[in-house]
Design a protein around this ligand. Structure first.
Ligand code: MG
Ligand code: ZN
Length: 219
């Protein structure tokens, strides 16, 4: 095996072990965790804000913020209803890894939370390779990105547990073929749980929030 491939495999398996430790820590505290991934501008931060607004205190939420392009800081997440918000300094990295999440978890009293939302770095490539230990990996797609994304980023679409399709209010103004998009998704990730929604109009948000509540209460 080429040496470089071997090194990458070792890094990933070390990361997987740490991700399992993170998961065990979350499970022990009964915290349901999601890993939000997306390209920049798809609306991860808006989704977090709208989710917090609609939860309206029904779950105790911590947010871990890894998106280097975001303006959501601890104060803003708290203002939106998060009980805690931790900013991870990725040091310019283009993804979060399990070590970074572990250091964030160490700053939280997990017994105080029901739901942990991790906002990954905006990037459709490497975040898919680095497990964090979250219970669900959630991809936020958005209609202005185009309907070809599943075909261009199969690794990301194949690996996720949940797909959010944001900005559906813009569909009348875009050449986004939903059937073409969904065929691409279906080929890579058959039956993936999907929430079409709009953070701007609120359409579809309640189904997403109900799902989070259900998952958090079952964890
Ligand atoms: Mg963001
Ligand atoms: Zn990366």
């Amino acid at each position: 095996m080429p040496r470089q491939i071997k090194i990458v495999e070792n890094i990933l398996s070390a990361n997987d072990r740490l991700a399992e430790e993170n998961r065990a820590r979350l499970d022990a505290a009964g915290v349901f965790a999601i890993n939000l991934m997306a390209s920049p501008g798809a609306g991860k931060t808006s989704l977090i804000e709208q989710t917090l607004a609609r939860l309206d205190g029904r779950l105790r939420v911590a947010v871990v913020e890894g998106d280097i392009a975001t303006s959501l800081d601890a104060d803003r997440a708290a203002a939106a209803g998060a009980q805690a918000a931790i900013q991870i300094n990725t040091g310019g990295e283009c993804h979060l890894d399990a070590v970074m999440l572990r250091s964030a978890l160490e700053q939280l009293d997990l017994s105080q939370f029901d739901l942990l939302i991790v906002e990954n770095v905006g990037n459709l490539v490497c975040p898919a390779s680095f497990k964090l230990g979250a219970h669900a990996s959630v991809l936020v797609a958005s209609t202005p990105e185009g309907d070809d994304k599943p075909y261009k980023y199969p690794g990301m679409y194949r690996g996720v547990d949940v797909l959010v399709i944001n900005k559906i209010d813009l569909l009348p103004y875009l050449n986004f073929r939903m059937d073409y998009f969904r065929r691409g998704v279906e080929a890579l990730n058959p039956g993936v749980l999907t929430f079409p929604l709009s953070c701007r109009t609120g359409e579809g948000l309640s189904a997403w929030v109900d799902w989070l509540i259900h998952q958090a209460r079952a964890t």
